[in-house]
Design a protein around this ligand. Structure first.
Ligand SMILES: Cc1ncc(COP(=O)(O)O)c(C=O)c1O
Length: 394
C-alpha cells in the first residue's frame, strides 16, 4: 500500500505484477473496464482449475456446486453490506433487472420512472411491461446531457411513481447518482428503488445497510473483474416474500435440496432470495467471481477509489489545459466514478489511433470513454495523452 494525502491507496506495481502480469509483459494499456474488466490471475487460475476438475468430475466436484454459490452469496452480500440470504445469483445485470420488473407487485396503470440516456439493459425490461398496461416515463437529461436528478426529484414529488429504476453510475459519462438522496426521496413517496450497479461496484461503494435499495442488480464482468456469466441480484429482506416472479427454478424450493428425493414437488420456496435463482448456475464463472471479489475486498473499494482519482487527474488536467475538448463527465468530486468521457472531433478516428498504439478505450455516444481501475497507473495515462495529442494534431 502507498500513502497519498493521508489516504491508503493501492500498491499498483505489486498488483500489476501479481494479478495483471500482462500489463508488464505486453505493455498493452487497458482503460476499458466500463466495457469488460480483465480477470486477475487469481480468477484465471481458479476458473482453469475448476474446468480441469469438470473434465474428470467426482463427488468433491459435485460438492463444489453447492459450496461455490454459497460462497458467492456470502461475498456479494459482504461487498454491498447485505446479508447472504438477500442475494440471488444470476448471469448478468439483466437477470436482476428482469426479476425486479416482473416480480415487483405492479398493476395496470402503475408508473415506472427511468432516466433518459440510461443503458438499455435498464430500459427494455420496463418498456416490456407496457404490454401489461404499466406506464414508463423518462426524465429527460439536463442541458449538459447528464442524468437530471433535480427533474427526477420533481417528478417523484408528485407521489404517483411506483418504481424508480436507475444506474448508480452512467455507462456513457460516468455520472454517479446521489443514491442516498434518491433512496430517501423514494421512501418518502412510497416508490420502489431499483438500482443497476454494474458501472459502480468494484470502484464506487454501494452499501445497502445505510442506503435503502429494494433491488440491486449487477453482472460481475466489468469493475468486479469477473467472467461473463457471473452476477447477482440483491433483494431487500422484507421484499423477498412480496415478490412474485414469473419464472422459478427447481433449486429455489426446499423440496429440491435433497437430491435423493427430488420428486415431492412441494411448492415451498426457500426463505432466502436464492428462491429467485433459475436452476443450475455458471459454477466456473462464479468460482472465478469469488476470487475476484476476495481480491477487491482485500484492496478495499475506498482505496481503489482514491487510486482511480489520482490516476485520472493528469487526464483531467490535460483536457482542461487544451480547451478544445468538451467534458461529457461531471468532474465534481461527488459525481466522479471510474469513467471519464470527453467529446472530441472525430472520436472514431481517435479510437482507431489509440487501438493502433495498443490502448483500449471505448467510443460511446460521440465521445472517448476512459475507464480507470486499480491496476491502471499514471504512466499509462501519460501514454494515452501523448497518443491523443499526436492524433489531434494529425
Ligand atoms: C449500466 C449498465 N447496465 C447493464 C449493462 C450490461 O448488462 P448485462 O450485464 O445484463 O449484459 C451495462 C453494460 O454493458 C451497463 O453499462
Amino acid at each position: 500500500m502507498s500513502e497519498t494525502a493521508g489516504t491508503t491507496f493501492v500498491d499498483v506495481q505489486a498488483l500489476r505484477h501479481s494479478e495483471f502480469p500482462w500489463t508488464e509483459e505486453t505493455g498493452a494499456i487497458y482503460l476499458n473496464c466500463a466495457s469488460t474488466g480483465p480477470l486477475p490471475e487469481c480468477a484465471r487460475r481458479a476458473i482453469f482449475e475448476h474446468l480441469a476438475r469438470a473434465c474428470n468430475p467426482n463427488h468433491e466436484f459435485y460438492d463444489e456446486h453447492r459450496e461455490i454459490p454459497s460462497e458467492s452469496r456470502r461475498l456479494c452480500a459482504e461487498f454491498i453490506g447485505a446479508q447472504p440470504d438477500e442475494i440471488a445469483l444470476g448471469f448478468n445485470t439483466t437477470y436482476g433487472l428482469n426479476l425486479a420488473a416482473t416480480a415487483l407487485p405492479l398493476e395496470r396503470g402503475d408508473r415506472v420512472l427511468l432516466l433518459d440516456g440510461d443503458f438499455p439493459a435498464n430500459v427494455y425490461p420496463w418498456l416490456n411491461l407496457e404490454r401489461r398496461g404499466i406506464q414508463v416515463e423518462f426524465v429527460p437529461c439536463d442541458e449538459r446531457g447528464l442524468p437530471n436528478e433535480a427533474g427526477m426529484f420533481e417528478r417523484l414529488a408528485q407521489g404517483d411513481i411506483r418504481v424508480l429504476s436507475v444506474s448508480a453510475v452512467s455507462f456513457s459519462n460516468g455520472y454517479r447518482l446521489d443514491l442516498d438522496a434518491i433512496s430517501r426521496e423514494c421512501q418518502r413517496h412510497g416508490t420502489y428503488l431499483v438500482v443497476d450497479g454494474i458501472q459502480a461496484l468494484g470502484v464506487v461503494p454501494i452499501d445497502v445497510s445505510t442506503t435503502r435499495i429494494d433491488v440491486l442488480a449487477s453482472g460481475g464482468q466489468k469493475w468486479l473483474l469477473s467472467p461473463q456469466g457471473s452476477g447477482f441480484a440483491y433483494v431487500r429482506r422484507d421484499l423477498i416474500d412480496r415478490l412474485d416472479p414469473v419464472g422459478v427454478g427447481w433449486l429455489g424450493f426446499e423440496a429440491s435440496q435433497d437430491y435423493a428425493e427430488l420428486c415431492n414437488y412441494a411448492l415451498d420456496p426457500l426463505e432466502s432470495a436464492a428462491r429467485f435463482e433459475l436452476g443450475s448456475l455458471a459454477f466456473a464463472s462464479l468460482h472465478a467471481f469469488n476470487h475476484s471479489l476476495s481480491l477487491l475486498r482485500e484492496l478495499g473499494v475506498p482505496g481503489i477509489e482514491g487510486h482511480v482519482r489520482a490516476v485520472q487527474q493528469p487526464l483531467i488536467d490535460w483536457v482542461e489545459a487544451r480547451g478544445d475538448l468538451e467534458w461529457m463527465s461531471d468532474l465534481s468530486q461527488e459525481r466522479r466514478s471510474g469513467i471519464l468521457a470527453f467529446r472530441s472531433p472525430e472520436p472514431e478516428r481517435l479510437g482507431e489511433r489509440l487501438r493502433a498504439a495498443g490502448i483500449t478505450v471505448s467510443i460511446r455516444q460521440g465521445g472517448v470513454r476512459v475507464s480507470v481501475h486499480a491496476f491502471n497507473c499514471r504512466e499509462e495515462i501519460a501514454k494515452l495523452i501523448s497518443v491523443l495529442e499526436a492524433a489531434l494534431e494529425r
